[in-house]
Design a protein around this ligand. Structure first.
Ligand code: 0A1
Ligand code: ZN
Length: 888
């Protein structure tokens, strides 16, 4: 956030603060241009650390006065710190008054305005942009908040906890103003404070929990958005029920509020009892949101709700421990989504989607300039570490605990964790100790130190497996090796603890017994650089099915032949590995073509296998859609030492075109067979059918482009016009746009006219165009033109991301151009956004993380663009850290 070079903060430098703040009384006199903040704090010296001055954080504040026990006190300002050298030894009352300017706060951190209302965002270090404070998560205080504001413009005044009183302000000078006093009984770190004031309306629901307690649930949004809150409310209720049933964790507040805001840097925020959501993660109606939006909203509502225990009741000692709350809460929301999905197949679909996301986002992070451990060792801007590694890899680490101690063992570990640490700010070591101590003698407890390398070592481990059958001895020997590649600042890596869930199949696909008990599935635990496992009574060469359910976040090389992969794809009892086998068949072909520098030609065997999936009488449509979708370009790039984005794109398009043509009749049949009669529901079965129908349609339109047929584009246009829900409408529009059909232009125009007043839908309109497959530079040119569109702005993060992130991060072939125009555009946009919103700018800046793996001429041009940005003297610390790490 701050300009200039920020100091590098090191994990091992952690020290407790010199003072504790136990109680805070905050008053906000809200005004968009100048809000007055009065903070009265109860402060005490921390006697377990050396005597020192009181140093409070404060940024972009206008300080009015500082009083200790009612008298003025001498202080000095050192950079962004307010230093009081002569603070008393005994407990004291500290009062600070300052003002801030919410309407100029385009960084959206601290107190800001959006659509004429006030909102706050305090994680990670936004509270210091509201008032001076010990703004660190280990300082936990009880807060009372008084809000005073114009009653007409801001009829709703919200803060954390319970409403104590409210009314009209009577004093002269406060005409037309009203107030509300909120009190939160739970001690919390400052990053969980929240304030909202505006003209909002709420959907309300009273619920009774299993424990017999009554609660009021409220979802606050702008007038006019109320009918789009039903799904969020249902998701909230389902989350409450689930957390009580699965982990015995009840809601601890009488009132739980959720608020939507259009300008927000992330998805949502778990402020105690007052979650604040990006509207994109909250609002849904069948006409405006896709199935994917409905699923995302359910999972984000759950995620924030689950933070109430994993994050709020037990929080992080310091920001290096971020994955303590984030990895665990992502794991919990993933488990919730799987339980909500229901059937084994629907659960597998969730798992496949999560792994696809991990591979598309976290694997590249782990092999690029920003590679860092799940528990980072240093940062200069903590906002840069809300990453796929901390979140998604962190969730995989939590999943491995569960795999190693079993589901019941994990639940026992969670129980112990809360018994030990409720109300505390703790570390990842405390979590690990609780899970291990609740499971003495387990595969985890016996190798806990080695397991914890998942927190300290960056990089994705490479595991190889080599199987050998001894016909005479009737044994099958599996030999594993593992090695983790070097990452910035970490060259030597130790072996990791890798749980490999596995089974063996014979060549007809029958599961083999792995031991005398007749078990057909087992967990092998790797913890050495090399290890061997022997299976007895194996009559013939089996096909190993390893890493079922993606039991560890590693890259596995098992050298299986295409024939063996076909056995797995057709017969494995593990649906994840069935999907994986199909993906690997496709990947093998694409990589072979890329490495040989030859055009890609899909084999008849592969095409038959895909046809078998598409026409399979028992597989679910949602699974079929995933199995028939080719690996993404980012994941393909991950497999290569030198990345040529244009060559990858050409190979993927060739594969798609061949699959579209070879299965033409099957796609048409699948499209017709998966039409849904009746009203829209976003359940997994219906959304699976819509997904497969949309994939079929996109293949048919793509094929029509090649053959000159006009029937399918016409049908797609008709479907686009007539669709009764956004999934089908956007699916048909995407089919036209992605194929480059002539009807794409009128369809886009019509779509814009239909939804011009719905910002979230217009975001989709921008994103669809920016993510379209590149062809002769047309997509890039279109994006550049769209930056000049009347609806485009860099000030709204959703809108800015809809074009910039879509192009620079999700459309490699449009972005990486031989003329370097993509990089020039990137540099311009990063600098323009940085002046408005550094957090947003640094996210876009990360599009260049993997520049060093690019082939020439991309590599040199990319480096030059990064160096040009780095040469600017007035960069935010956010962007500076990203570009400097890239160049290091
Ligand atoms: N803790 C939130 C994510 C979040 C993080 C930072 C923010 O502002 C910089 C906002 C939200 C979550 O995990 O949902
Ligand atoms: Zn979170």
């Amino acid at each position: 956030m701050r300009e200039g070079t920020a100091p590098l903060i090191q994990r091992l430098d952690y020290q407790q603060p010199a003072f504790w703040i136990r109680k805070v009384d905050l008053t906000f006199d809200l005004d968009p241009a100048k809000t007055l903040v009065t903070s009265k704090m109860q402060v005490e010296r921390n006697r377990s650390v050396p005597h020192g001055p009181l140093r409070l954080h404060g940024e972009e504040l206008n300080l009015l006065r500082v009083l200790i026990d009612g008298s003025s006190v001498s202080f000095r300002q050192e950079g962004n710190e307010l230093v009081i050298d002569n603070a008393p030894d005994a407990d004291f009352a500290l009062e600070i008054r300052n003002t801030t300017c919410p309407e100029k706060n385009t960084a959206l951190s601290g107190l800001y305005t959006s659509g004429g209302s006030f909102f706050t965002q305090c994680e990670a270090e936004g509270f210091r942009r509201i008032t001076y404070f010990l703004d660190r998560p280990d300082v936990m205080a009880v807060y009372t908040v008084t809000l005073r504001a114009d009653a007409t413009k801001y009829p709703v005044l919200l803060a954390n906890g319970n409403l104590v009183s409210s009314g009209t302000l009577e004093e002269p000078g406060n005409k037309g103003r009203h107030f509300a006093v909120w009190s939160d009984p739970f001690p919390k770190p400052s990053y969980l404070l929240a304030v909202v004031a505006g003209d909002l309306v709420a959907r309300e629901q009273r619920v009774r929990t299993r424990a017999g307690k009554d609660h009021l649930l409220q979802v606050y949004v702008r007038r006019g958005d109320l009918e789009k809150t039903e799904h969020a409310m249902n998701s909230l209720i389902a989350s409450m029920v689930w957390d009580e049933a699965r982990f015995q964790l009840p809601l601890d507040l009488e009132r739980f509020m959720v608020v939507g805001v259009s300008d927000f840097n992330m998805g949502a925020m778990e402020n105690k009892g007052l979650n604040i959501f990006n509207t994109s993660a909250l609002l849904a109606s069948p006409a405006t949101a896709t199935d994917a939006d409905f699923a995302r909203i359910e999972s984000i509502v759950a995620h924030e709700y689950f933070h109430n225990w994993t994050g709020n009741r037990v929080t992080c000692r310091d920001w290096f421990q971020l994955s303590l709350k984030e990895g665990l809460t992502v794991f919990r929301d993933q488990e919730f989504s799987m339980d909500m999905a229901g059937t084994t197949s629907a659960r597998a679909v969730c798992r496949i989607q999560d792994v696809r996301q991990l591979r598309a986002m976290q694997f590249p992070e782990d092999s690029g300039a920003m590679a860092h451990p799940v528990r980072p060792d240093s940062y200069s801007e903590i906002n840069n570490f809300y990453t796929a590694t901390v979140y998604e890899k962190g969730a995989e680490v939590v999943r491995m605990y569960q795999t190693l101690v079993g589901r019941k063992g994990f639940e026992a570990g969670m129980k112990l964790y809360f018994e030990r640490h409720d109300g505390q700010a703790v570390t990842c070591d405390d979590f690990a100790a609780a899970i291990a101590d609740a499971n003495p003698g387990s595969a985890l407890a016996t190798r806990l130190d080695a397991f914890k390398r998942w927190y300290s070592q960056a990089g994705t481990p490479r595991v190889t497996a080599f199987g050998e059958h001894d016909a005479a001895a009737r044994t099958y020997t599996l030999r594993f090796t593992q090695q983790t590649p070097a990452t910035p600042g970490q060259t030597d890596k130790q072996p990791q603890v890798v749980p490999v869930v596995m089974g063996l199949l014979d060549r007809h696909g029958t599961a083999l017994a792995l031991n005398a008990n007749g078990d057909t599935e087992q967990v092998l635990v790797l913890d050495q650089a090399e290890q061997t496992f022997v299976f007895e009574n194996i009559d013939s060469e089996p096909v190993p099915s390893l890493l079922r359910g993606f039991s560890a976040p590693v890259v596995l090389h098992d050298g299986l032949s295409d024939a063996a992969l076909l056995v797995l794809m057709r017969h494995d009892s593990d649906p994840f590995n069935r999907w994986e086998a199909g993906q690997r068949l496709a990947l093998n072909r694409i990589l072979h073509a890329l490495r040989a520098g030859q055009p890609l030609v899909l084999s008849p065997v592969f095409i038959d296998a895909m046809r078998g999936v598409l026409n399979h009488p028992e597989l679910d449509p949602a699974f079929k859609e995933l199995a028939l979708t080719l690996p993404g370009e980012a994941y393909i790039a991950e497999q290569l030492d030198v990345v040529d984005p244009q060559a990858i794109h050409a190979a993927v398009i060739a594969a798609q075109t061949q699959l579209a043509s070879a299965l033409r009749d099957d796609w048409a049949a699948a499209f017709e067979a998966h039409q849904i009669q009746g009203g829209y529901t976003p359940d997994p079965v219906s959304s699976g059918k819509r997904a497969l129908a949309n994939l079929a349609l996109s293949m048919l339109v793509l094929d029509a482009q090649a053959t000159g047929d006009t029937v399918w584009p016409g049908k797609a246009y008709q479907r686009f016009k007539d669709a009764s829900n956004m999934t089908d409408r956007l699916g048909a529009l995407a089919a036209l746009v992605n194929a480059g059909a002539e009807l794409a232009a009128p369809a886009l125009e019509r779509f814009h006219a239909l939804f011009k007043d719905d910002a979230l839908v217009i975001d989709k309109w921008f994103a669809l165009q920016a993510r379209a497959p590149e062809s002769e530079g047309r997509v890039f040119a279109r994006v550049k033109a769209l930056t000049k569109h009347a609806d485009f702005t860099l000030k709204n993060p959703n809108r800015a991301r809809s074009l910039l992130a879509s192009l620079c991060m999700f459309n490699p072939a449009a972005f990486h151009r031989t003329d370097a125009a993509g990089y020039v555009f990137w540099a311009e946009q990063v600098l323009a956004v940085d002046a408005i919103n550094p957090q947003l700018a640094s996210r876009v800046a990360r599009a260049m993380d993997r520049w060093a793996q690019l082939a020439e001429p991309y590599r040199s041009a990319a480096r030059e663009a990064i160096a040009r940005v780095a040469a600017k003297s007035d960069l935010s610390t956010d962007v500076r850290e990203i570009v400097e790490r890239a160049l290091a």
